[in-house]
Design a protein around this ligand. Structure first.
Ligand code: ZN
Ligand code: ZN
Length: 342
């Protein structure tokens, strides 16, 4: 499906404060982006050579789920949007799981993402694919920018303005401070497990390659596809002020984050896949946490509110839990007199 912008991005300067990005940081980002990507490029010959076992496949799945959900349920829905409340243990677990995805420290991720919502697809958005214009060539350039290019942008979103709550939390500040240990753990844990399960150095090495590097690349590019693909392609059933869109084929690998049009309409909702048939694995985990008492005050979407934001009211019957109001189903003659004077 091709992009048909319904609203054009606004242009003009913004007086937002920014922090200059250091050369060291840009080099580090280069290592974090390209090393896992190189692993993906050599993955086919490695698998062809027989260096891929069922243990590796299982470890990829486990670490993909842990770190992918760490980003979607942890970094995104819990820390950035406060879609639910949780105790200290769950908070630390989610912060570690998200950090193991190697998408940067929690405080910077939250700050960038909150700024994305504030200026979505307008000047000030850290990663809008519409940054360079709406011609095909500009959007192609914009897609690359929104996917990875913005990571090397000259400016950082200031944490003190956009994520002071994260910076003020001692547990979370410690996890950000010990990021090198997080990097080591996310690569060494699969290697140790692979070595122990197969009781061989070869098993440790292939697990490091598959469940370490290749898995990091997969989680990276699925997350970044939400910033790029889910603001250009797909469909937009809801009235939103930006170009966020729903992309069905990304729903499973992104753990439900690709129902991105709804997310921009109702950012604090714990569920993004609000229409029937829209699989949202992150919402399933949040429901499980709620049922086991580990998550409270969950902001589940309100079917009436969701239905009211649809462009096509006929789609309302597809909203989970939606039932037409009794007044709407009654014949006009039986409506209370008060409504006639409205
Ligand atoms: Zn977005
Ligand atoms: Zn968001």
């Amino acid at each position: 499906m091709t992009a048909t912008p319904e609203v054009l991005p606004r242009s003009g300067p913004t007086d937002e404060p920014v922090q200059p990005s250091s050369l060291g940081m840009r080099i580090a980002i280069g290592v974090f982006v390209f090393v896992p990507l190189i692993a993906v490029l050599v993955a086919i010959p490695v698998a062809w050579g027989g260096w891929l076992s069922w243990v590796d496949v299982a470890l990829v799945m486990v670490f993909w789920a842990l770190t992918g959900l760490g980003i979607t349920v942890g970094y995104h829905r819990f820390f950035t949007h406060r879609s639910f409340k949780a105790g200290r243990g769950v908070k630390i677990a989610l912060a570690l799981m998200g950090s193991y995805a190697l998408e940067g420290s929690l405080d910077q991720w939250v700050a960038d993402h909150r700024k994305h919502h504030k200026f979505s697809d307008e000047v000030g958005d850290p990663h809008s694919p519409w940054r360079f214009g709406t011609s095909k060539k500009s959007v192609a350039k914009g897609l690359l920018w929104a996917h990875v290019g913005w990571l090397w942008g000259a400016e950082n979103t200031p944490i003190e303005k956009y994520a002071p709550d994260i910076a003020a939390d001692k547990d979370l500040a410690a996890i950000s401070r010990y990021f090198p240990a997080v990097v080591a753990a996310t690569l060494l844990l699969p290697a140790v497990l692979g070595g122990l399960i197969t009781w061989s150095w070869a098993g440790a090495l292939t697990a490091l390659f598959w469940a370490g590097f290749v898995r990091v690349a997969l989680v990276h590019h699925v997350t970044w596809s939400i910033n790029s693909i889910c603001h250009v392609f797909g469909n937009r059933p809801f009235v939103s002020r930006d170009l966020s869109s729903n992309v069905a084929w990304l729903a499973i690998p992104s753990f439900g984050e690709s129902w991105h049009n709804l997310h921009h309409v109702d950012p604090t909702s714990a569920r993004h896949g609000v229409l029937r048939g829209q699989v949202d694995l992150s919402a399933i985990l949040i429901r499980a946490l709620e049922k086991s008492g580990l998550a409270t005050d969950v902001r589940w979407p309100k079917p009436d509110k969701v239905a009211a934001r649809l462009k096509d009211p006929a789609l309302a019957r597809r909203v989970r839990g939606y039932s037409p109001t009794p007044a709407a189903t009654l014949p006009a003659a039986t409506l209370p007199a008060a409504t006639e004077s409205m």
